[in-house]
Design a protein around this ligand. Structure first.
Ligand code: SER
Length: 894
């Protein structure tokens, strides 16, 4: 393929897009994490607009109203899922970068369309041939039609109207929705014609799925907030959200027809061919591998790890799909992890987190490969046997698909990927039925459908004074809410929410819990029980404990100081713990969550094994060394790029503005780097010495690959240590041992106890065996069947089984019924057991005998035809019941 005149690399294109929109007054905002922050409606970040969702909804104000981004996206699960298409079309990727420009209530269609057109066709920018471009609009969007037709001058036949082609109102390729709820609106898509040598038709034609006309840019005119019931609520201001896949536009600018022919992919596919050891680098499976290594590596870098639920399960599915494709190409050892290095070479410069986490990503993939390798070959064998008897157009049974899933770890889409190659579908309904139990866990992925829209819609940011002060006498009540509805005042006993213009209260966030305190006005007292954020506003939850409080009153807001001080200790200790963990366990450890309250701190992090006691000691000591160093904790606000350049740790899934607060603590190393440097808006101690003492109280696993440490600080830590000390003291006294001897002494006692238990067991067996010998003599023949029915003293539920085993070995052809009567008293406990020789079970069953006997005795029991057990309280008339049983058995055997 000859190079087009204006050839551009993927890196150049990304930059040109940003430069163009910056020149049009847009602020360049960095990509957010692939794990959407605090948005339960979303599995992964799947569009550039995700990080601006609250801004579109009017819940959050930004310093700018025009933005441009290059956003990492994954579409593999959830509403926008392209996983199954990868390898089959030229244009689908699971991971991709989306270039986008955004207007938050500023410009609308009249500018969004000309911007896109200028960037694509102007000789100063991409200079594409306008004759190669087509557009679609939502059927009823005459406004967009007129802009394309009159303002841009596009001929009407190049403007295609698309209605509700997915079967319901607003279900259209030209009506874009982020998910089942959230911002949405009609859109206009721009298509590029790759020429007649490629198969495919214009949008709206039956051939539209081909690769000739490729959608390159989607301009969404955000107008509504879709509610759970499907109704459309108008957004505060019409806005714009556009998205252009970097891969697709790169293909055009590099004179090729598909995403997989652009620079990044060619290099990745060559690398894969080399690693696997094949010469043909055009195999479709290489596309799958090249695509999947991007999704997998970026997901792991953003903190996801393979698991059996939610996001982790989607990651597992992608890895396994890639491994299977490698296997298809002949890879017979772990190869996929070796793709990380070539990816880092391609994309590490634009995404430094790949470089930073390279070894962690490689290890996580290799582990998953090793695990899957154990069952892959067997699973494939089973599947090929199943497929032998099927032909194109047939269906694979749900049972087989389930077995592959359950026993061999084949996710359904992996099996489908294989059967699809043979034109065979899967009986998914029956698969689903069989998966009922497992689905409960996997259903976590479907949990992402909760309505998100806050009921309380406060537009104005609250001024937060809490970094400097604990109280503010000159606050004003801006509004009062009850159950989401605004109201004028709250009176004694009423619960509600108060919003102030400025407040010293910290709103729950960054792992730190909300605060407690009081808000006083001239007429009443409101007890603050929690504080949260709604958009940019801080809201105080609580109850009026005296008089009444009204909107627009002046208020004296007072934070409860002990809670504040203790939370600050815990929060600062969390930072020191985070840094110590990475110091001791390596940089692969990333934060998975944290909770800071005034009582305790909790820190979750990724690690696929328990932390050893030695490591915990080291970590705890390291934190305490920093406490003792008593350095000043310093907070500084700076642009995010500067913070990153200083090595500040940005937290997992967190959403940051352009200017961030950077918190540094601890001693400084020889490179001038402080012990801890994190982006954090929370409240901290003045000096590390204020923490007093740091004590880890537990370390445990909370999910596959995720560990949790709980710890205490200050007086709570001291109390914990003292309690432990006191217990040791008591223990030493009881054991009559010196403190250092306690562990050995307890171990010795445990060993001794085990020996004694073994001895006891041996004795019981001996006893049983000697009893057995005399019991055998009591066997009588009932209708020629040897039957032993005996009540034995000193035997309970535990010792009855060895006795029975002994009797059975001596007389295998008998029916044996034993009643263990340990203490021989009426009202005492009876143990019942029955064994029936296998060959007799068609005549009489042990389960039936025990059920019968237990019922007569007023107890419970049951079991199998050849062995059953039960229990009862020894009743009056016990002997009579046993005699009756004799008769009953005779009847059964007659
Ligand atoms: N949100 C739209 C999309 O993802 C445009 O960015 O297609």
């Amino acid at each position: 393929m000859s190079q087009p005149v204006n050839f551009m690399s993927s890196n150049q294109l990304r930059q040109a897009f940003i430069d163009f929109f910056v020149s049009k007054g847009h602020t360049h905002v960095p990509s957010s994490s692939l794990i959407p922050h605090d948005d339960p409606t979303l599995l992964f970040t799947n569009a550039g607009m995700n990080q601006f969702k609250d801004t579109f909804l009017g819940l959050e104000q930004r310093d700018y109203n025009r933005a441009v981004t290059s956003q990492k996206c994954v579409r593999a699960g959830g509403k926008h899922n392209d996983l199954d298409n990868v390898g089959y079309t030229a244009r689908h990727n699971t991971f991709f970068e989306m270039l986008g420009n955004f207007s938050f209530g500023d410009y609308f269609k009249e500018s969004a369309i000309p911007f896109a057109w200028e960037f694509l066709t102007s000789k100063n920018w991409l200079g594409l041939d306008a004759d190669k471009l087509y557009v679609t609009i939502y059927e009823s969007d005459d406004e967009a039609f007129d802009i394309w037709n009159k303002k841009i001058g596009l001929a009407p036949e190049r403007i295609i109207r698309i209605g509700d082609n997915k079967g319901a109102p607003y279900q259209s390729d030209n009506f874009w929705m982020m998910g089942d709820t959230g911002p949405c609106g009609p859109c206009s898509e721009i298509f590029y014609d790759h020429g007649p040598e490629v198969e495919g038709g214009l949008p709206g034609t039956p051939e539209e799925d081909g690769d000739r006309y490729i959608e390159i840019w989607n301009c969404v005119f955000m107008q509504y907030n879709r509610q759970k019931d499907g109704s459309m609520e108008k957004l505060p201001k019409p806005s714009v959200d556009t998205g252009m896949g970097l891969g697709r536009i790169s293909a055009i600018m590099q004179g090729v027809h598909g995403n997989y022919e652009v620079d990044v992919f060619v290099n990745l596919m060559n690398a894969a061919a080399k690693i696997i050891g094949i010469n043909n680098n055009q195999q479709p499976s290489l596309k799958v591998i090249a695509d999947h290594i991007r999704a997998v590596s970026f997901l792991i870098a953003d903190g996801v790890i393979p698991s059996n639920e939610g996001r982790g399960y989607v990651l597992r599915r992608i890895i396994r799909r890639a491994v299977r494709h490698g296997n298809k190409l002949g890879a017979n050892e772990n190869f996929f992890n070796k793709m990380v290095a070539p990816l880092v070479k391609e994309m590490g410069e634009a995404y430094p987190q790949l470089v930073e986490h390279q070894s962690h990503i490689e290890n996580a993939i290799e582990k998953e490969e090793t695990q899957f390798a154990k069952t892959l070959a067997q699973g494939l064998r089973l599947l090929s046997t199943e497929l032998e008897s099927l032909q194109t157009g047939d269906t694979l049974s749900g049972e087989a698909a389930f077995k592959l899933y359950d026993t061999y770890g084949f996710p359904l889409d992996l099996t489908a990927d294989i059967t699809r190659e043979k034109g065979i579908s899967i009986d998914e309904a029956s698969f689903e039925e069989q998966m009922q139990a497992q689905r409960d866990r996997a259903r976590d992925a479907g949990k992402f459908d909760v309505d998100y829209t806050a009921l309380i819609n406060v537009q104005k940011p609250t001024e937060f004074l809490g970094y400097q002060q604990l109280s503010e006498a000159n606050s004003n009540i801006i509004s009062i809410y009850q159950e989401g509805k605004p109201l004028g005042s709250l009176t004694e006993g009423q619960e509600g929410v108060i919003v102030l213009d400025k407040t010293p209260f910290y709103a729950e966030g960054g792992g730190q819990a909300g605060e407690l305190g009081e808000i006083h006005t001239a007429s009443g007292v409101f007890k603050v029980q929690n504080t949260k954020k709604s958009g940019q506003a801080i809201i105080h939850y609580g109850v009026v404990t005296m008089g009444a409080v009204s909107a627009s009153q002046t208020a004296d807001a007072q934070v409860e100081s002990t809670v504040r001080v203790n939370s600050a200790k815990n929060h600062s200790a969390t930072h020191l713990l985070h840094a110590s963990l990475r110091n001791v366990l390596g940089d692969g450890v990333s934060q998975k969550g944290s909770l800071v309250t005034s009582n305790v701190l909790r820190f979750d992090f990724s690690l696929d094994r328990p932390v050893s006691i030695e490591e915990l000691v080291k970590i705890e000591r390291m934190v305490n060394e920093q406490v003792l160093a008593n350095t000043q904790a310093q907070a500084q606000t700076m642009p995010i790029d500067e913070a990153m350049a200083k090595g500040a740790m940005a937290l997992f899934g967190e959403k940051y503005g352009d200017n961030v607060r950077v918190l540094t603590m601890g001693t400084v190393d020889s490179d001038d780097k402080p012990f801890s440097i994190e982006l954090c808006g929370g409240l901290h101690v003045n000096r590390t010495g204020d923490i007093g003492l740091f004590k880890i109280v537990s370390e445990s696993g909370i999910a596959a690959g995720v560990r949790r440490i709980e710890a205490l600080t200050g007086i709570n830590a001291i109390k914990f240590v003292q309690e432990g000390e006191a217990q040791l003291q008591i223990l030493a006294g009881n054991l009559k041992a010196k403190r250092p001897e306690i562990a050995d002494r307890v171990q010795a006692m445990a060993d001794k106890q085990r020996d004694l238990e073994k001895q006891l067991e041996r004795l019981q067996q001996k006893l049983a065996s000697s009893q057995a010998a005399s019991l055998i003599e009591q066997i009588t023949l009932v209708n020629e069947v040897p039957v032993l029915m005996a009540t034995v003293s000193g035997i309970d539920g535990k010792s009855i089984r060895p006795l029975m085993d002994d009797l059975k070995s001596k007389k295998p052809e008998a029916v044996i019924i034993l009643v263990g009567d340990k203490d021989g008293k009426t009202g005492g406990q009876l143990a019942l057991a029955c064994s029936v020789a296998k060959q007799l079970t068609s005549q009489i069953k042990a389960g039936d005998i025990i059920r019968h006997l237990a019922t007569e005795l007023g107890g419970k029991g049951g079991g199998k035809p050849d062995y059953a057990q039960g229990g009862a309280t020894k009743p009056d008339g016990f002997e009579q019941i046993m005699q009756n049983l004799n008769t009953w058995i005779a009847e059964q055997l007659s």
